[in-house]
Design a protein. Structure first.
Length: 106
C-alpha cells in the first residue's frame, strides 16, 4: 500500500482530521476532530511505510511477540504505542489496530 492509499484508509474513520504538524510535512497525523488527539502517526522508517498506533499495554506486548513487523513505538511512549510496518502485516490486523487506537484516543 502506498502512503496516499493508507492516508485515505485513515480518512474513513469517523470525524477524522488529517494533519501535517511538522515543518517538512513528511509525517502525517490522523486525529479526532473533536478532541484533536492523535490516533495515528504515519511516516517512513528505514524506507518503509510505518504508522504509530496507540494500544492497550498488554495487547501491545502480545502483538510485538507474535509479529516482527510490530515494534515498540519509534519516538513515542513504548508502553502505550506501537510502530507497525504497514505493508508487512495483514490488512485485517492493521485495520483492527487502527480501530483500537482510534477508540482509545476518542
Amino acid at each position: 500500500m502506498k502512503k496516499r492509499e493508507f492516508i485515505d484508509l485513515l480518512k474513513t474513520f469517523p470525524s477524522t482530521l488529517i494533519d501535517n504538524p511538522f515543518r517538512k510535512g513528511e509525517h502525517v497525523v490522523a486525529r479526532h476532530k473533536n478532541n484533536k488527539k492523535w490516533f495515528a502517526l504515519v511516516f517512513e522508517l528505514n524506507g518503509e511505510l510505518a504508522v504509530n498506533l496507540k494500544c492497550d499495554p498488554m495487547k501491545a506486548d502480545f502483538l510485538r511477540s507474535v509479529n516482527s513487523s510490530v515494534i515498540p513505538a519509534w519516538h513515542m511512549n513504548k508502553v502505550h504505542w506501537n510502530t507497525v510496518f504497514v505493508n508487512k502485516v495483514d490488512l485485517s490486523l492493521l485495520k483492527e489496530m487502527i480501530w483500537d487506537s482510534y477508540e482509545i484516543t476518542k
